[in-house]
Design a protein around this ligand. Structure first.
Ligand code: PRP
Length: 211
């Protein structure tokens, strides 16, 4: 597994505003989109391209275009949906699949409650979007889900990660081609499985609480 933690003052600045508990949902959503576009630049560094003949106003040359099959972007509902727009801004031709997962607040175990993905992901590069990598349980299950459908390499884009979760994903994905791109690596998890210092519950901050 490869890990990239953004090291950029704009990412740190925008993340600090997200962390602030007084930042309202509309600002939180707008900043999430901006951050994802910045992280997507790093996340797509290995995206497959192929040669493509073009003619400039001056002469013929060989350019690049995204290779087929198209990459697949997979936001993990619900909070990952807040990252979709920022990602497809950079990858407008990507296909989008959805995975709905929720973490039990007591056991912290994730479960899948919705799935809408291409049946066959063979040779597809997949980009999983989830703002929080806490225990890593959700991301690990999502990666295995995609790998079982044939995904050849999987990149996760997360705003914040905890060292415990990154380690769990690394140990659980041996033998798979996995990359994690983080906006920041935080200190640890607290006893409720929240990232510390973190930003709270990303789903609630984006969309409000659900009963
Ligand atoms: C949160 C978050 C991740 C997951 C991270 O989702 O968005 O999906 O928990 O935790 P983990 O690394 O310990 O698995 P949540 O279950 O709160 O659902 P939501 O997105 O609908 O708010």
């Amino acid at each position: 597994m490869e890990l990239h933690v953004a090291n950029h003052p704009l990412v740190s600045h925008k993340l600090s505003v997200l962390r602030d508990r007084d930042t309202p949902s509309p600002v939180f959503r707008a900043l999430t989109s901006e951050l994802v576009t910045l992280l997507a630049y790093e996340a797509t560094r290995q995206i497959r391209v192929e040669d493509h003949d073009i003619v400039t106003p001056v002469q013929k040359t060989v350019g690049k275009k995204l290779a087929k099959p198209r990459p697949v972007v997979v936001p993990i509902l619900r909070a990952g949906l807040g990252m979709l727009e920022g990602m497809v801004a950079l990858l407008p031709s990507a296909e989008v699949g959805f995975l709905g997962m929720v973490r039990d607040e007591e056991t912290l175990k994730p479960s899948v409650y919705a799935e809408r993905l291409p049946e066959n992901l063979a040779d597809r590069q997949c980009f999983v979007l989830d703002p929080m990598l806490a225990t890593g349980g959700s991301l690990l299950q999502a990666i295995k889900f995609l790998a079982n459908k044939g995904a050849s390499d999987i990149t996760a884009v997360c705003l914040l990660g905890a060292p415990e979760g990154v380690k769990a994903v690394e140990e659980g994905t041996k033998g798979l081609t996995v990359t994690i791109v983080l906006g920041a690596m935080d200190d640890k998890l607290n006893e409720r499985g929240f990232i510390v210092p973190g930003l709270g519950d990303a789903g609630d901050r984006l969309y409000g609480t659900v009963g």
